[in-house]
Design a protein around this ligand. Structure first.
Ligand SMILES: C[S@@+](CC[C@H](N)C(=O)[O-])C[C@H]1O[C@@H](n2cnc3c(N)ncnc32)[C@H](O)[C@@H]1O
Length: 256
């Protein structure tokens, strides 16, 4: 991807994630579901937030032999809710996020976690991290929103670089799913109406001048495995449907 395209993609993507208020960031962007929309007061929202965070951390750590001496890295960390939950269990947790607003809110949210921090990145690289300096990389609710294949590809190369030999990675993204009949029908009639092809309600690919939407590129599990192998990883687990039927969780390692 050339620099100008990357800059336009980054600006569009930041516009989507830079929420106006911390309330919107927390309860409409990071944790968005019908339950959060229906919550009546702050206490109920907080209860749901903590419950979802615990569930997410359990999925992130499934099969990971986490050690107290590990340095961990989260890609797309938002205001740091998972970092805060993980920090007491390891040496350090650093998050990267392309949104300056999310990073700003994380400073207060993580004020009582001295081994935790959030850095603003360019949405595709881990430039702040030295080669082989990280024991565990994880990402939840972020890869599913990445709207360019090239960005996913760049991140995988970066994860390979920053992980120490034998280091672990666990990522959640969206699997390619068969389209419901209603969407196939829309696909047929949209070109007749002079509109672009619909693709899938869960997948938007970024293009100049097109608004960034919620879902990013999706992968068939077979293609995802191939891509990970091409980046030199060994895949130790791939689960489809943990959490939601369209989620894919993958555990992979940089070989020793
Ligand atoms: C739904 S939130 C999830 C935040 C966090 N992982 C959690 O579960 O609390 C997605 C976050 O990923 C960030 N993000 C999206 N695409 C990104 C990218 N390419 N690089 C870095 N951050 C990204 C957004 O700014 C947002 O803060």
């Amino acid at each position: 991807m050339d620099t100008a395209t990357h800059e336009r993609w980054l600006a569009d993507t930041r516009r989507f994630w830079d929420a106006d208020t911390e309330f919107v960031a927390r309860y409409r962007r990071i944790c968005s579901s019908a339950a959060f929309d229906a919550a009546q007061d702050e206490a109920e929202l907080l209860r749901l937030w903590n419950e979802e965070t615990e569930k997410a951390l359990a999925l992130i750590l499934e099969g990971i032999p986490l050690q107290a001496a590990w340095n961990c890295l989260e890609i797309g960390c938002g205001i740091g809710r998972l970092i805060k939950a993980l920090a007491p269990r390891c040496r350090s947790v650093t998050g990267v996020d392309l949104s300056e607003r999310m990073a700003a809110w994380s400073r207060e949210y993580l004020a009582d976690a001295p081994n935790a921090q959030v850095l603003v990145n360019d949405g595709r690289s881990l430039a702040a991290f030295a080669d082989a300096s990280v024991d565990f990389v994880y990402s939840h609710l972020a890869f599913q929103h990445i709207t360019l294949f090239e960005v996913v590809d760049d991140y995988l190369a970066e994860i390979r670089r920053v992980l120490r030999p034998g280091g672990w990675c666990r990522i959640q993204n969206w699997r390619d799913a068969p389209k419901p009949v209603s969407e196939s029908f829309k696909d047929m009639i949209r070109p007749l109406l002079g509109r672009g092809r619909y693709r899938s309600s869960r997948c938007w690919t970024w293009a100049d001048g097109k608004e960034v939407k919620f879902g990013g590129v999706v992968f068939h599990p077979r293609d995802w495995r191939r891509l990970l192998r091409r980046h030199g990883f060994s895949v130790s687990a791939l689960t489809v449907g943990a959490g939601h039927d369209f989620w894919m969780w993958t555990t992979f390692r940089r070989p020793e």
